[in-house]
Structures are given as structure tokens and as C-alpha cells.
Design a protein around this ligand. Structure first.
Ligand code: NAD
Length: 296
């Protein structure tokens, strides 16, 4: 009798072992900096009380403190005027003790027209949104003076840690935001991948994803990517950036995890995948900013 065994060989690309290793490195670097009287200091601007933003900023602060860096969350009122908001940022830009500053998005309506990327000086822009930092990834050369945006940077760190080849591979990114899709398309191009940047106006998306070696979902639609987007090879890799919550606070990615799990080679979980990698990248950027002070 012939017995067929279906061996589930899917690899779950969890962040935790990578985070653990990088945390150790960051702690050591922080210690060295403090021995030279530099305490890496991050300021996080939080306008209003959006519950998701409160959780994100708290997690960022916790991880800073875990590695020995300082983090202050500046809570500003939901109704703050544009003038007062800019004044707060200008003071931080001038403050020599602060190495990095990020503005937690989304901002309230009266501030949404502001070009967030230009409000924080390039040398403190640890979110990597400043035009000059974005230009460095466009150019494909990053010096210790340049900051790479955190989520795209975290995705590359994870892919490299799991030794997933990128050169010559077809990558389809779904979602073209300034904070994920667009900068990630540049980073992957710099890694010699062939990148297709798909979005809400893309036609025949499934034809594209079926040809991909790696699919990155960053569109913000819970369980969007199901089996019908995959080919039959069981060899595709899915990177799920999505963070979607239902009314009860349960978290879902943009990929339908249980539907595709047996049909992919590897997949990042939500939570526990790209989310933690983003925070790791932020603190890597903060220490990079602090190191400039003593050039180690
Ligand atoms: P966004 O909300 O600014 O934009 C969504 C993008 O998806 C747009 O470019 C749009 O064209 C595209 N899109 C929407 N519907 C589509 C469809 N049906 N088909 C194809 N493309 C479609 O995106 P964002 O801010 O990059 O966020 C995307 C998701 O990633 C959200 O769930 C967000 O919460 C999450 N996110 C996670 C992290 C993290 O640390 N893990 C960081 C940033 C964002």
C-alpha cells in the first residue's frame, strides 16, 4: 500500500530570536556610550489619545529602557494648534541631549496637512522620513549619518537573519505607503530583488502574486491574502506587515494565516513578526544617532 504523508514544512519567521540577539548588541553598545557619558535619548511625540498609538509608544519606550536608553513620551493635547506643535518640535531639534525624535501617527485633522518628514532635523530623524534620509535609500548608499525607515529596515533584517535569498527574486509588495511600501521597494531593489509595487489601482493582482517568490502584504486589510493569490508550488514566502484589530482588540494580519499556512514555504506571524522588528530598528537607529556624538 502506498501511503502519502503530507509533511507540513512551513517555516514561521518569528522575530523573537532575532530580537533577542539584537537586544544583546544594543545593550552592549548602550553601555559603551554611557561609559563615554552619552545616554541615548529618544523623544516620542504623541498627540491625543488614540488607543493604538498609546500602545505603540509605550512599547517603544519599554524597549528603549530595556537596552538602557532614555525615552520620553511627550503627550500633547488633541486640540494643539499648528504653531504650538511646531514650537515643541523646534525646541527638540535644538536640544543637544536628544538624539532622536519621532512623531507618532496619525495626527489630528488640524495637523495632517503638515509634511511630517521635514519637521524633525535629519540628524534626529530616527524614523527615516526626512527627504535626505529617503534619498539615501533611493541612491542605495547608507552612511552612519543616514536613517532607514524602521518597518522596511526591520523587514530586511528579518529576511537576512533567516537567510532568505533576495538577489534576482521576484518580490510583490502590496501597498505603496510612504512608511512601508515605497521605501521597502527601494531597499529590496538595492538588494537586487526585482520588485513590483502593487496598490489599490493595480489590475490583475493575483496574476502578479502568483509569479512572486516573496509577497509582502502592507495594505491594512485583515485576512486579505488568501490561497487564491498563491501558486501551487508551496514555495512562496509571505511577509505580513498588517496590523488590523477587531472590536474586541484581537489582532489580524493582512494575510489569511490559517488559509495559506500549508501552502507557503515561510510566513511571518501577526503578532510576533514585523511589529517587533520595527521597534528593534527604531532603537538601532537611536543608538546610531547617539554614536555620532562620540564617533565610535
Ligand atoms: P496605508 O494605510 O497608508 O496604505 C495602504 C496601501 O494599500 C495603499 O497604498 C493602497 O493603495 C493599498 N491598498 C489598499 N487596498 C488595496 C487592495 N485591495 N489591493 C491592493 N492594494 C491596496 O498603509 P500603511 O500605513 O503602510 O499600513 C499598512 C498596514 O501595515 C496597516 O495594517 C498598518 O497598521 C500596518 N503597519 C504595520 C507596521 C508594523 O510595525 N508592523 C508599521 C506600519 C504599518
Amino acid at each position: 500500500t502506498l501511503i502519502y504523508y503530507h509533511l507540513a514544512m512551513t517555516q514561521i519567521l518569528v522575530a523573537s530570536p532575532i530580537k533577542k540577539k539584537i537586544t544583546k548588541e544594543l545593550k552592549a553598545e548602550c553601555k559603551l556610550l554611557k561609559e563615554r557619558n552619552v545616554t541615548p535619548f529618544l523623544k516620542v511625540i504623541l498627540v491625543g489619545h488614540d488607543p493604538a498609538s498609546v500602545v505603540y509608544t509605550t512599547n517603544k519606550k519599554k524597549f528603549c529602557e530595556k537596552v538602557g536608553a532614555k525615552c520620553e513620551i511627550i503627550e500633547l493635547p488633541e486640540t494643539i494648534s499648528e504653531k504650538d506643535f511646531i514650537n515643541v518640535l523646534n525646541d527638540i531639534n535644538k536640544d543637544k541631549n536628544v538624539h532622536g525624535c519621532i512623531i507618532q501617527l496619525p495626527l489630528p485633522l488640524q495637523l495632517t496637512h503638515l509634511d511630517v518628514g521635514t519637521l524633525i532635523n535629519k540628524d534626529k530623524d530616527v524614523d527615516g522620513f526626512h527627504p535626505e534620509n529617503l534619498y539615501s535609500i533611493l541612491r542605495g548608499q547608507y552612511t552612519p549619518l543616514d536613517f532607514v525607515s524602521c518597518t522596511p529596515k526591520g523587514i530586511i533584517t528579518l529576511l537576512k537573519a533567516y537567510e532568505i535569498p533576495l538577489a534576482g527574486k521576484n518580490v510583490v509588495i502590496i501597498g505603496r505607503s510612504m512608511i512601508v511600501g515605497k521605501p521597502l521597494s527601494m531597499l529590496l531593489t538595492n538588494e537586487n530583488a526585482t520588485v513590483t509595487l502593487a496598490h489599490s489601482k493595480t489590475e490583475n493582482l493575483k496574476e502578479l502574486t502568483k509569479k512572486a517568490d516573496i509577497i509582502v502584504c502592507a495594505l491594512g486589510k485583515a485576512n486579505f491574502l488568501d490561497r487564491s493569490f498563491l501558486n501551487s508550488s508551496n514555495n512562496q514566502i509571505v511577509i505580513d506587515v498588517g496590523i488590523n484589530k477587531d472590536g474586541e482588540g484581537n489582532m489580524f494580519g493582512d494575510a489569511n494565516y490559517s488559509d495559506i499556512f500549508d501552502h507557503v514555504q515561510a510566513i511571518t506571524p501577526v503578532p510576533g513578526g514585523i511589529g517587533p522588528m520595527t521597534i528593534v530598528s527604531l532603537v538601532q537607529n537611536l543608538l546610531q544617532a547617539a554614536k555620532k556624538e562620540i564617533s565610535i
